[in-house]
Design a binder for this molecule. Structure first.
Ligand SMILES: Nc1ncnc2c1ncn2[C@@H]1O[C@H](COP(=O)(O)OP(=O)(O)OP(=O)(O)O)[C@@H](O)[C@H]1O
Length: 721
C-alpha cells in the first residue's frame, strides 16, 4: 500500500510539473524530442528508484514521464503488480546507490559528448567554431542538448566555412543526435562512416559540400531518417533501392551530384524529392510521377512528369539516337534563327514607332531626359516598352491649361514647391522599377535635387475624386512613411512625386544580386527595420478601421541612409481597388483575400507577418516555389518549427548572433502570430509595435549606446564578422 501511495504521489507531482513544462514550451519552438534512451532508462527507473521528494526537485528522470500522455501515469501506477514487502534498509541503500550511479552515467554521457565535439571541432572547424571550452557544451554555438542538458541532440553548423573530412570516432560518440546540419560548408571525403552509429538521426543536411564517393550501405540502416539532403555534392554511383528501407523518409534531395543509372522504384511516400542535374537514365517510377518536372531536369529520364518513353527507354523522338554534336547543332541553329527573326522584328517596330512619334534627334545621343511627351528616354524605359505606350501622351497641360504640380508637406527636399513641372520634365530619369500601379523613376533635376516619380497607369477615377484622394495621402506625415510630396493630374497622365530614398528597398537589400561587397543585414538593423515598418503601418491604421495599406511587401519598405524604414505606396491600393485589382504578390496576401479588390487592416497584419518572416529567414515569399521546401513562407516556417528544428529557419547571416537567439525566436513567434490563418487571431498593429519594441529593446539600447559612444554620428550596419 505504501508503495502504491508513493507511486500515485509521484504521478500527481509529475502531472503538476507537466503543466509547467507545457507552459514553458507552449510556443512549441524550443521543445526538443526526448530520446528513446531516456524512455528506456525511465522504464527501468520507475520500478526501482524512490520518488523525488518534491516537484521542484524532480530529477531529470521524473521529467521524462511527461512525454507520455498524462492519463497514462495513474494507469501505469495502478497496473503495477501487488505491492512488494516493506523495503529493508539494505534495499533502500541499494536503490540510493543505483540512482546515484544513474546520475553519474548521465554526467559521463555529456562528458563523452563534449570530448566528441572538441575532436570534431579540431578536425573540421578549428577556430571557426567559436566555443568557449570552459562553458558547458550545451551553450556552444550550434550545439543543442536535450531538455535535461545531458546529451547533445542537434548540431547546426550551416555555412560556417568548415572544411576537411570528418574523422572516424567523432560524431559517432554523439549517440543521441537527431539533427545534423553541416550544409553549405566545404566538407569533403566520403559520407562520414560515423553516421552509422546514429540510430536516432532524423534530419541530415549535408547539402552544399564536396562529399564524394558512393552512397554507403549504413545510410539505409538509419531507420528514423525523415529528411535527407545530400544535394550539391560530388556523390556518384547509383541510387540504391535500399532507400526503400527508410520508411519514415519524407524528403530526399540528391540533385546536383553525379549519380548514374536509373531511379529505383521506391515504395516510399515522399513529400519532397529532387534528383535533377545528375546523370540518371531510364524511366521515372510511377510513384514519383506527381513530382514537379524540375525535380528530374538535367538527366536523361523519361516518363511522367517528363515526356513519354520510347521503346529504348529514352524520351520519345526518332528511334535513332542523335549524337551530342547533332543535338548541339540543332540547338545553336534554332537559337540563331530565332535571334535573327527577333532582330528583324525589333528593327521593323522601331522604324515604325520612330516615324510615328517623330522623336527629336537630340534624345538619341543626349542625356536621358523626361520629354514633353512625358517619356523618360532611357534605354531601360524603352526596354520596358514604355515608349510605345506613352508616345501619344503629352504632359502639355490639360484643356484648362493646368500644367502645375500640386505640392504637399513641408521642409523636405522635394517639397515646398522647389521646382515646377517644367523642371521635372527636364530632369534626367532612370527607371527604378515597374510595379502594380505604374512605373517608378528616379528623376534628377538640374538643381541636383533627386525625387522618385511614380507614373500611374490605368487610373480611371474622376479628377475630383483623384484630387481628393491625393489630398488625403499628402496629408499623412510620419517618419516611417514615404510622404507624397506632389502630384500632377491631367486626363491622360498622372504623376506622383515622392522623396527619393537612396538606399533602395528592403527587398533589394535582402535578395538583390549578390553584388560583391553587398553588406548583409545584421540583427540590430533588421530589428530596427521591422520596428520602423511596423510603426509606419500602425500610424496608417490609427486613422480608423477603414484605413489600411493594402500592398505591404519588402519592395515597399524603403530605407534611408541610416537604414531607417519608410513604408511607401500607401493609399494607392484604394485607388487601384476602384479601377483594376492591385497585382499583389500572392506570397504576402492574406488567405481570406480571395477577392483581390479587398483590403483590410487584418490583411495588412498578415502581409507584415510575411515581411517579418522574410527578414528572419532571408527568403523571398515571391520565390516560395523555388525554396527547397516548395511551400509559401508562413507554411514553410510553421512546418519547420513544428518539426522542432527552429534554428533551421533563420537566415544564415543571423546564426552568428547567438546571444540574441531568444529575441530571434520571439520575433519569429510574433511573425507566426501575425500570419495566423484567421484574421481575428492576428494582433492589431499597435500591439505588434509594442511587441517588437519589447523584443528589440535590449539590442537596440546596446546599439544606441555604441552609437552615441562612437561620437561620429554615423550608423554602422556592418556585420561584425
Ligand atoms: N521613393 C523611392 N525611392 C527609392 N526607390 C523607390 C521609391 N519608390 C519606389 N522605389 C523603388 O522602385 C521600384 C519600383 O517601385 P514600385 O512601387 O513602382 O513597384 P513595386 O514596389 O515593385 O510594386 P508595387 O507597385 O506593387 O508596390 C521598387 O524597387 C521600389 O523599391
Amino acid at each position: 500500500n505504501e508503495d502504491r501511495e508513493i507511486k500515485s504521489k509521484t504521478c500527481e507531482e509529475f502531472n503538476e510539473c507537466e503543466g509547467r513544462v507545457r507552459t514553458a514550451t507552449s510556443f512549441g519552438l524550443r521543445r526538443r524530442k526526448r530520446s528513446k534512451k531516456g524512455f528506456s532508462t525511465l522504464e527501468r527507473k520507475r520500478t526501482t528508484s524512490p520518488p523525488p521528494s518534491s516537484s521542484s526537485s524532480l530529477s531529470p528522470v521524473g521529467l521524462q514521464v511527461f512525454s507520455s500522455p498524462p492519463q497514462q501515469c495513474p494507469r501505469s501506477a495502478l497496473s503495477l503488480s501487488p505491492p512488494p514487502p516493506r523495503m529493508s534498509t539494505l534495499t533502500a541503500l541499494l536503490l540510493l546507490l543505483l540512482s546515484s550511479c544513474f546520475l553519474n552515467v548521465a554526467r559521463s554521457d555529456l562528458a563523452s559528448d563534449r570530448v566528441a565535439l572538441v575532436a570534431l571541432r579540431s578536425a573540421i572547424g578549428g577556430r571557426l567554431l567559436r566555443w568557449n571550452l570552459t562553458d558547458p557544451p550545451c551553450t556552444w554555438a550550434g550545439v543543442i542538448c536535450d531538455q535535461r542538458r545531458e546529451q547533445v541532440v542537434e548540431l547546426h553548423f550551416p555555412g560556417m566555412g568548415l572544411s576537411g573530412s570528418l574523422p572516424a570516432g567523432t560524431i559517432a560518440n554523439l549517440t543521441q543526435l537527431q539533427t545534423i546540419s553541416f550544409r553549405f560548408n566545404s566538407l569533403s571525403g566520403p559520407i562520414p562512416p560515423d553516421l552509422a552509429s546514429l540510430s536516432q538521426l532524423r534530419n541530415l543536411y549535408l547539402q552544399g559540400n564536396s562529399f564524394s564517393g558512393e552512397l554507403p550501405a549504413f545510410l539505409f540502416a538509419l531507420q528514423n531518417l525523415v529528411r535527407l539532403n545530400l544535394a550539391s555534392n560530388d556523390l556518384s554511383g547509383v541510387i540504391p533501392p535500399a532507400f526503400g528501407n527508410l520508411t519514415r523518409l519524407k524528403t530526399l534531395f540528391l540533385e546536383d551530384n553525379r549519380f548514374s543509372g536509373s531511379i529505383p522504384d521506391l515504395n516510399l511516400t515522399l513529400d519532397q524529392f529532387n534528383v535533377s542535374s545528375n546523370q540518371l537514365t531510364g524511366t521515372i517510377p510511377s510513384k514519383l510521377s506527381s513530382m514537379a518536372q524540375s525535380a528530374f531536369a538535367g538527366n536523361s529520364l523519361c516518363g511522367p512528369p517528363l515526356k513519354p518513353c520510347n521503346a529504348t527507354g529514352t524520351g520519345t523522338g526518332s528511334g535513332n539516337k542523335l549524337s551530342g554534336g547533332a543535338i548541339a547543332g540543332i540547338v545553336i541553329g534554332s537559337v540563331i534563327g530565332l535571334f535573327l527573326i527577333l532582330l528583324v522584328l525589333i528593327i521593323l517596330c522601331r522604324r515604325k514607332s520612330r516615324g510615328r512619334s517623330e522623336k527629336p534627334k537630340s534624345l538619341e545621343s543626349g542625356p536621358a531626359k523626361w520629354t514633353e511627351a512625358g517619356i523618360p528616354q532611357t534605354r531601360e524605359a524603352r526596354s520596358l516598352g514604355e515608349s510605345k505606350a506613352t508616345s501619344a501622351v503629352a504632359i502639355s497641360g490639360d484643356r484648362s491649361g493646368n500644367k502645375t504640380l500640386v505640392f504637399f508637406g513641408k521642409g523636405t527636399s522635394a517639397s515646398a514647391a522647389a521646382f515646377d513641372l517644367e523642371d521635372l520634365l527636364r530632369a534626367s530619369a532612370e527607371v527604378l522599377g515597374k510595379g502594380t500601379f505604374g512605373t517608378t523613376y528616379k528623376a534628377t533635376l538640374e538643381t541636383g535635387t533627386t525625387v522618385a516619380v511614380k507614373r500611374l497607369k490605368d487610373v480611371s477615377i474622376g479628377e475630383a475624386e483623384f484630387r481628393e484622394r491625393m489630398r488625403e495621402i499628402g496629408a499623412v506625415e510620419h517618419e516611417n512613411l514615404v510622404g507624397l510630396r506632389a502630384y500632377y493630374y491631367n486626363k491622360d497622365e498622372r504623376l506622383l512625386v515622392y522623396d527619393y530614398l537612396p538606399t533602395g528597398s528592403l527587398s533589394a537589400l535582402l535578395h538583390g544580386n549578390s553584388v560583391v561587397g553587398r553588406t548583409p543585414l545584421n540583427w540590430d538593423t533588421r530589428c530596427g527595420i521591422a520596428l520602423g515598418a511596423a510603426r509606419g503601418i500602425a500610424h496608417l491604421h490609427s486613422g480608423g478601421t477603414a484605413t489600411s495599406h493594402g500592398n505591404i511587401k519588402s519592395s515597399n519598405v524603403l530605407l534611408t541612409n541610416s537604414y531607417e524604414a519608410q513604408v511607401s505606396d500607401f493609399g494607392l491600393a484604394h485607388i487601384a481597388a476602384l479601377t483594376a485589382p492591385p497585382n499583389r504578390v500572392d506570397g504576402y496576401r492574406a488567405p481570406e483575400l480571395t477577392n483581390s479588390h479587398k483590403v483590410s487592416q487584418k490583411a495588412d497584419v498578415y502581409s507584415f507577418g510575411v515581411l517579418l518572416l522574410e527578414l528572419l529567414t532571408g527568403k523571398a515569399p515571391t520565390h516560395s516555389l523555388l525554396n527547397e521546401e516548395g511551400v509559401d513562407l508562413p507554411r514553410w516556417v510553421q512546418s519547420v518549427v513544428k518539426e522542432e528544428w527552429t534554428a533551421e529557419v533563420f537566415d544564415v547571416e543571423l546564426l552568428r548572433y547567438q546571444d540574441v537567439e531568444e529575441d530571434m525566436v520571439q520575433l519569429l513567434q510574433l511573425a507566426m502570430h501575425c500570419t495566423a490563418q484567421y484574421p481575428d487571431k492576428r494582433p492589431p498593429m499597435a500591439q505588434v509595435v509594442n511587441k517588437i519594441e519589447e523584443i528589440c529593446r535590449s539590442s537596440m539600447l546596446q546599439e544606441q549606446e555604441e552609437h552615441s559612444g562612437s561620437g561620429d554620428g554615423s550608423y554602422s550596419h556592418q556585420t561584425s564578422v
